[in-house]
Design a protein around this ligand. Structure first.
Ligand SMILES: [Zn+2]
Length: 214
């Protein structure tokens, strides 16, 4: 599609070694791509919240969130974004290429030209970028349990945390994910709550009472 304006494909590079990150970013920029960098998976998820790149290059061994974890989240949430994994460890044989990533490069075992060719190929083969789904905006549905806390799993980084449960029935709440900072919108199921309240207010424990008066 010609728009008359120069369009540069965007690449996100995730790498915890600052020197490697800088070198890779410089190489990829020299190919004409617009580059953003992240020093770990959580920073990468933060960037993905702002803008989706056309390709992601990620290291595999990083602190706090491994590249495997990050790439599996990306595969699930943004299956259309092509990904390249880079690693210093020799794991190419066990790497589930195609399933988790589209290509694997051994660190220091490929030329810039090979990287450029692979990037070009993956970007041109990737489907047209679909709009962000509504799934991100829909609140999580959490069945209320008879406990003081509820367990919320962040849809962005998939980490779970328990938070105190003081929501009103049917109230949609926002809570910040302690791991990645994403806003998690959730709704504690009011039907379950109502059932519990009914059960508490029933004096002699008896089977389900009719509640037609509501
Ligand atoms: Zn999170």
């Amino acid at each position: 599609m010609e728009t008359g304006r120069p369009f540069r494909c965007r690449v996100l590079i995730v790498e915890d070694d600052p020197a490697v990150l800088e070198t890779t970013a410089a190489v990829v920029r020299s190919f004409g791509y617009s580059v953003r960098t992240a020093e770990d998976g959580f920073v990468a998820l933060h960037i993905l919240r702002e803008a989706l790149p056309d390709l992601i290059i990620s290291d595999l061994s990083m602190p706090s969130m491994s590249g495997f974890e990050l790439l599996s989240i990306i595969r699930r949430r943004f299956p259309h974004i092509p990904t390249i994994a880079v690693s210093g460890e020799y794991i190419a044989a066990t790497m589930p290429v195609g399933l988790l990533v589209d290509h694997f490069f051994q660190k220091g075992d490929h030329t810039p030209e090979q990287l450029r060719e692979k990037m070009k190929e993956l970007i041109s083969n990737s489907p047209i970028r679909p709009p962000l789904g509504k799934a991100d905006k829909a609140p999580l549905w959490i069945p209320r349990r008879d406990a003081e806390y509820i367990v919320v799993t962040c849809p962005e980084c998939l980490r779970s945390s328990s938070i105190s449960d003081d929501t009103a029935p049917g109230e949609v709440r926002d809570v910040e994910c302690l791991a990645c900072g994403a806003t998690i919108r959730y709704l504690v199921d009011a039907g379950v709550l109502k059932l519990l309240e009914q059960r508490k207010s029933m004096v002699p424990p008896s089977p389900v009472k009719g509640n037609s008066g509501r």
